[in-house]
Ligand binder design. Sequence first.
Ligand code: XMP
Length: 324
Amino acid sequence: NWTMENFIDTEIERIRTLVGPTGEVIGAVSGGVDSTVAAKLLNTAIGDRFHAIYVDNGVMRLNETKQVYDTLTAGLGINLKIVDASDVFLGKLKGVTDPEKKRKIIGNTFIEVFEEESAKLDAASGGKIEYLLQGTLYPDVIESISFKGPSQTIKTHHNVGGLLENMKLKLIEPLRELFKDEVRALGTLMGIPEELVWRHPFPGPGIAIRILGEVTPSQVEIARKADYIFIEEIRKAGLYNKISQAFACLLPVKSVGVMGDQRTYEQVIALRAIETVDFMTADWYIFEANFLKTVSRRIVNEVAGVARVVYDITSKPPATVEWE
Ligand code: XMP
């Protein structure tokens, strides 16, 4: 009979047989639940012969890279390499304002950096890396089968799709028969912290698609700080698990304000929080007025460069979840 415990045992055996006694595996981790659960399965099956790579693209959230490092290495014992490619990504994003171009640049740069790092690891292991781990879920499998081509692309969701084309690696997809709730249950069983198991989804292009207009280091700093405050207040108010996704967006417009007796002329932060089952449709979340007051006051007081905060009251459709 099918139980999650049986699934873990069977999957670990299957991975061990597939990889053999000396084979090695690489995989990208993002800090999200899917890639972490997949990485933990591989780590349980073959230990340090599984190499996780985390690429810091310069547009992750505040303190995120350190948090991922701590959770995966000290917490879960995963053999993890952090690659700080922030400068490479931010260099390529310079001057770019078109949302789809941002996505393509980040997706392609990710593939380049990942390939380079895996070539290094392969050389260091004496050419033993034969497999690439992907945290593909059942809904991703269905989506890619039923996908009808570019005319239906509203936004390019990159998620390492192109990763295999140049690499001579075979694929391991231990989650490909599971739904999201099953992956969460699996994660909990394998000792992955609840906070990570229930984390809101975060897009591959990161906050680059939450900074409208050009993505510069100073814009990244503003967007990061505002987002951090918003999420921190959501957690404090005990709302994190009631909301499906929440974030701050930095708008490339300036507006007049007053601080003390000084006239200010600074940018605008838009807050977005939604409730949804499948992310295909979504309702905006109804906060209490006092909650929004607190968040707004904190952002304007604590984040230099922001003079106004607005709340996005648009459902999906017609709006998408992300602003870009
Ligand atoms: P939209 O904006 O399309 O978002 O309504 C629906 C869900 O998808 C996420 N999203 C992305 N995820 N790469 C990703 O991995 C992307 O390029 C991307 N764009 C949107 C979004 O955060 C939401 O959860």
